[in-house]
Design a protein around this ligand. Structure first.
Ligand code: ZN
Length: 520
């Protein structure tokens, strides 16, 4: 977390043998929702982003992303960075064994082929599950470790990482994001290279403490912009100021990976002081446990929220369809909120977005200005509402590509696939061919929609929408919608979590006096 000044030499000290430090990088990024019916094969990675060799740098150069940070960090230190594989898929079901093995082989072969390698700096997500490994990051890091021996290995991770002992033991230093919405990926990439430089110089002898309190917060409770997550982050940052503390990772975890290491975890890395690492990690566990009841989430019933919008003269209200967040593996074709909007006769809003490639094709067939009758959404499973029969006017068809201008992944290219804007009951429904969480206002502006002028915007997102949408919101309301990313965690029938765990085992946790939404 702490960003250290660049005061360490990168180059070998003998003038005769100036050797550019050679660092290899690779990424396999997937947040796996094992309940999703979408199988994650290589095609799913290709749909989002699958890059090899120089393509990795061509895409990330100049972007405020983790890999952009690794690139700039290496440039600052005078290190040579060697790309291998960058693979990222929209959250979905288990990664096929074939796809996972192929991607990992790509990284391992890349390291072998890079000649004399001085260190490795990976960017992984931390909540990936494949058909053959529950803990893909532990497997990746341990395989890389096997290949590079005792040379430095650092890795940046998402805030949703379900960290494991194998991950902590395999890498020298793990560095997780500090933010959700994730707006510090670039800074963590820079930090990883600073840490790597200290390892290469012999100035850092990492001693680590890893703790997993029995807590599994819902996504909405992981928002770092408000209590209680903000409190945990502040405390971790305060601790990092102390002498001998290198970096602290607070990871909130991802429940839908459904295995024993799911949930909140802390990794405290100190410089050659195991006792200090242990005692700080214990303090964080105690702090989190003491705040556990504040990690419960209470969203608003959909109709109540819509009536509130109706009563108001101004907007935009940002209505978060938190149950249908593709960023957590939900399909993004849920119809529950749109159906309620039409029933209420509410107009002047935007639905951001509805994933329905069939509907896009039908709209494209009718062309801009044309009318279509179609069954919209609700096609992936039966958890997110049924297909909705609508009469729509096609407002426009777009290629669905635009450049991110907001704080999340600034400068990178977003790709929603062919996209249609449909007018349905006086509302604009953005229908896409690819699943993409609405995290940036450019999404609207690329389609000629000025978001600040709309009465309300329904975003299919748990927390990430906040970074760009909060600044323009009259009010943000979390809707109590059904779906694969609902905070009603007890309803999912998770089978392989470690138990007891909050918030599923309340009696065991001494929270008997509190009636929660899980029981309502
Ligand atoms: Zn995340």
């Amino acid at each position: 977390m702490a960003h250290r000044p660049l005061k360490f030499s990168a180059i070998a000290h003998s003038d005769e043998e100036v050797h550019l430090m050679r660092i290899v990088t690779g990424t396999i990024s997937h947040e796996t929702n094992v309940l999703s019916t979408i199988r994650t094969d290589l095609e799913q990675f290709r749909k989002r982003r699958l890059l090899y060799g120089e393509e990795v740098f061509d895409y990330h150069r100049g972007t405020r992303t983790p890999v952009g940070g690794l690139m700039d960090g290496c440039e600052r230190h005078g290190f040579e960075l060697v790309p291998t594989v960058f693979a990222s898929a929209t959250p979905s079901g288990r990664i096929t064994a074939e796809a996972f093995d192929a991607l990992l082989d790509g990284i391992l072969e890349g390291i072998r082929g890079a000649g004399q390698v001085d260190g490795v700096a990976l960017h992984l997500h931390g909540a990936g599950v494949s058909e053959n490994h529950d803990d893909i990051e532990g497997h990746i890091l341990s395989e890389v470790r096997r290949q590079i021996g005792d040379r430095p290995l650092v890795c940046t991770l998402d805030l949703h990482a379900n960290n494991t002992r194998l991950m902590v033991e395999s890498a020298d230093v793990l560095i997780g994001y500090d933010t959700y919405p994730h707006v510090d990926g670039y800074e963590r990439g820079l930090e990883a290279i600073d840490v790597l430089a200290r390892l290469l110089d012999g100035n850092l002898k990492p001693t680590k403490a890893f703790r997993q309190p029995p807590m599994m917060p819902a996504l909405q409770a992981q928002f770092t912009g408000r209590y209680p997550m903000s409190r945990l982050m502040e405390e971790a940052h305060r601790m990092e100021e102390a002498e001998g503390v290198e970096t602290i990772t607070v990871a909130a975890g991802f429940p839908w990976s459904d295995f024993e290491d799911v949930g909140l975890s802390f990794i405290v890395t100190t410089n050659n002081d195991q006792g200090l690492a242990d005692s700080l990690a214990e303090e964080l566990v105690e702090l989190a446990w003491g705040m556990r009841r504040d990690f419960l989430v209470r969203p608003m019933p959909v109709k109540e929220a819509l009536r509130k919008v109706k009563r108001s003269e101004s907007g935009p209200f940002i209505l978060a369809d938190i149950g249908d967040n593709p960023g957590g593996g939900a399909p993004e074709d849920g119809t529950v909120v749109l159906k309620a909007i039409l029933e209420e006769g509410l107009e002047g809003g935007v639905i951001s977005v509805m994933w329905d490639p069939e509907a896009v094709e039908a709209a494209a067939g009718a062309g801009a200005g044309g009318g279509v009758s179609l069954d919209l959404g609700g096609k992936t499973d039966d958890l997110h509402g049924r297909p909705l029969r609508v009469m729509a006017t096609v407002k426009m068809i777009s290629d669905g590509r635009w450049i991110v201008k907001g704080p999340m992944g600034t400068g990178s290219e977003a790709d929603m696939g062919r996209t249609a804007v449909l007018l349905v009951g006086g509302n604009e429904v953005i229908v896409t061919s690819k699943r993409l969480q609405p995290t940036d206002l450019q999404l609207y502006r690329s389609l000629g929609i000025e978001p600040t002028e709309r009465r309300f915007i329904v975003v299919k997102s748990s927390v990430h929408y906040r970074a760009a949408h909060e600044p323009i919101a009259k009010e943000v309301i979390e809707l109590d919608t059904p779906g694969l990313t609902s905070p009603r965690l007890a309803g999912f029938g998770f089978k392989r979590l470690r138990r007891p765990i909050f918030p599923l085992d309340l009696e065991l946790m001494g929270i008997t006096e509190l009636k929660t939404m899980e029981e309502e």
